[in-house]
Design a protein around this ligand. Structure first.
Ligand code: CP
Ligand code: NVA
Length: 307
């Protein structure tokens, strides 16, 4: 039997595979896709952290593809009482056809994939949020026609989203500029790996990052699990708000993205989030389409078009 394919990070797919995934997502979005590749199949969704978009889009997506999704709160399954991940992985593999996991330590998602015999999808770890950045990339392609020759500006925390944008830039070859305060920079290994593949600029000045950019994006200053650092972080991130004055420095056709949930008046001004350049609702919708394409590709590979 073929070992399962996982999606824990954007570089798990080659560029042609990513393009083919986006093409399939486009077809699904246009309703030009009638197949039910998940018929009779079940996705287990393990959540150790809160979620609105990820939970609902995976569950609805599995249903629309003819399958079923199970919500498994990490607190309620035996994992929360200390059952090892490697045991959970082998047991769940006997019932399910795929697992999506949202958790803290990225190594836990990797362990699940190593010990399980079904595809594992990363629904967010402290290190990466690859499904969100897939949706963002689809949104960029829809709004701007593609990624070639484009510059993306990341403003704020060097968090799981920033790390996934680094991987996306390395995989697709666009320019990424990150403006992060000292002490809140992205993962140094992920940075170095992708700096070897494409142009990546790291600065502490949001204006330098945004000047002429085609995409401006940000995220909360304190991610899930960092709630106690909220006040310290709010001080460190002063001057990092994406407001109209900052957006004016970007390319006139630039779009604004945010994975949501957003904190209006902190990392983004209300007028930008709700303004004409914002594509955040398309971005949220695209989680559904791109994850359907991902589930079809991983959980029913014989039915998904190959690149
Ligand atoms: N953007 C995102 O992953 O949202 P949720 O935390 O609501 O799933
Ligand atoms: N960086 C945020 C993303 C939420 C979707 C977090 O990890 O909480």
């Amino acid at each position: 039997m073929q070992p399962p394919r996982h999606f824990l990070a954007i570089p798990d797919f080659t560029r042609p595979e990513l393009v083919s995934l986006f093409d399939l997502a486009d077809r699904m979005k246009r309703r030009d896709y009638r197949e039910k590749p998940l018929a009779g199949k079940t996705l287990g969704m393990i959540f150790a952290k809160s979620s609105t978009r990820t939970r609902v889009s995976f569950e609805v997506g599995a249903f629309q593809l003819g399958g079923h999704a199970l919500f498994l709160s990490a607190r309620d399954i035996q994992l929360g009482r200390g059952e090892p991940i490697r045991d959970t992985a082998r047991v769940l593999s006997r019932y399910l056809d795929g697992i999506m996991i949202r958790t803290y330590d990225h190594a836990d998602a990797e362990e699940l994939a190593r010990y399980g015999s079904i595809p594992v999808i990363n629904g967010l770890t402290d290190l990466l949020h690859p499904c969100q950045v897939l949706a963002d990339l689809l949104t960029v392609r829809e709004a701007l026609g593609g990624w070639d020759g484009k510059t993306v500006a990341w403003i704020g925390d060097g968090n799981n989203m920033a790390n996934s944008w680094l991987n996306a830039a390395g995989s697709l070859g666009f320019e990424l500029r990150l403006a992060c305060p000292e002490g809140y920079r992205p993962d140094p290994d992920i940075l170095a790996r992708n700096q070897a593949k494409t142009r990546i600029v790291l600065t502490a000045d949001p204006r330098e990052a945004v000047r002429g950019a085609h995409v401006v994006t940000t995220d909360v200053w304190a991610s899930m699990g960092q709630e106690e650092e909220q006040e310290v972080r709010a001080r460190a991130f002063q001057g990092y708000i994406v407001d109209t004055a900052l957006m004016r420095l970007a390319d006139p056709s630039a779009i604004f993205l945010h994975c949501l949930p957003a904190h209006r008046g902190e990392e983004v001004a209300e007028e930008v989030l709700e303004g004409p350049q914002s594509r955040v609702w398309d971005e949220a919708e695209n989680r559904l389409h791109v994850q359907k394409a991902l589930m079809a590709t991983l959980m029913a590979p014989s039915m998904a078009p190959s690149p």
